[in-house]
Design a protein around this ligand. Structure first.
Ligand code: SAM
Length: 212
């Protein structure tokens, strides 16, 4: 997939001003769906870190905010401090295609809105699976929490970007799951699901049941 050029401060302003309400909603959904609220969490492609911060607030998890953009990580680091969460969070310079963490070391891996930029998704899924602890869960995709929030955000975003709806359709629309299923079937990952509804598209990967 070709890299979509993104202005870091522009994206962060949108995340703060327009997307802000979605992060706590998605964090609560992840907590409910995965049942994981202790241990280590990795938010990969974290941007300003708003999902990881919402998860740290909602749980007792230790959260790594990881991104391959140093500019994004600077913003994320500032947000960790501003949230008073430096004892339970840190930033990590990382590309999802080569995650600098040991095998089976992370209980919960989350990623919102980043997968659409990944060049080699198969490699990324394999890396995510490698670092997932036995019994761990990965929750990867894109979305807005609820259909109502998506509608509200779409109305705002479409005013600024006439291609926004087409981009959303391509990324999380009705036809999007098929491609992810195909890629996942090419891996040796035994347990995965691709769930899509009006609010978003989320891939759930379960860690192996056993120690390596
Ligand atoms: C649209 S932003 C989403 C940020 C954040 N997750 C959110 O929901 O607000 C996409 C982020 O993914 C990061 N990213 C893209 N490709 C990546 C890769 N291969 N590895 C790690 N991060 C990546 C970008 O640097 C950017 O911060």
């Amino acid at each position: 997939m070709s890299e979509i050029k993104m202005n870091v401060s522009e994206f962060d302003n949108i995340a703060r001003e327009v997307f802000a309400p979605v992060y706590p909603v998605i964090a609560e959904q992840i907590k409910q769906k995965t049942g994981i609220s202790v241990g280590k969490c990795l938010d990969i492609g974290c941007g300003g870190g708003y999902l990881g911060i919402a998860l740290a607030r909602a749980t007792e998890l230790y959260v790594y905010l990881a991104d391959r953009s140093t500019e994004m990580l600077e913003i994320a680091g500032g947000n960790i401090s501003a949230a008073g969460l430096t004892a339970r969070m840190q930033t990590l310079f990382a590309d999802v295609q080569k995650i600098p963490l040991p095998d089976q070391s992370i209980d919960l891996i989350v990623s919102r809105g980043s997968i659409f930029f990944w060049e080699d998704r198969q490699k990324a899924f394999e890396e995510i699976y490698r670092v997932l602890a036995p019994g761990g869960v990965a929750y990867i995709g894109g979305g807005f929490g609820t259909a109502e929030l998506k509608k509200r955000i779409a109305a705002r975003m479409e005013k600024e970007n006439k291609n926004w709806r087409a981009m959303m359709n391509k990324n999380i629309g009705e036809n999007a799951p098929e491609a992810y299923v195909k890629i996942l079937q090419n891996t040796k990952i035994p347990f995965f699901e691709v769930n899509r509804d009006e609010a978003g598209l989320w891939i759930v990967i379960r860690g192996s049941k056993d120690e390596m």
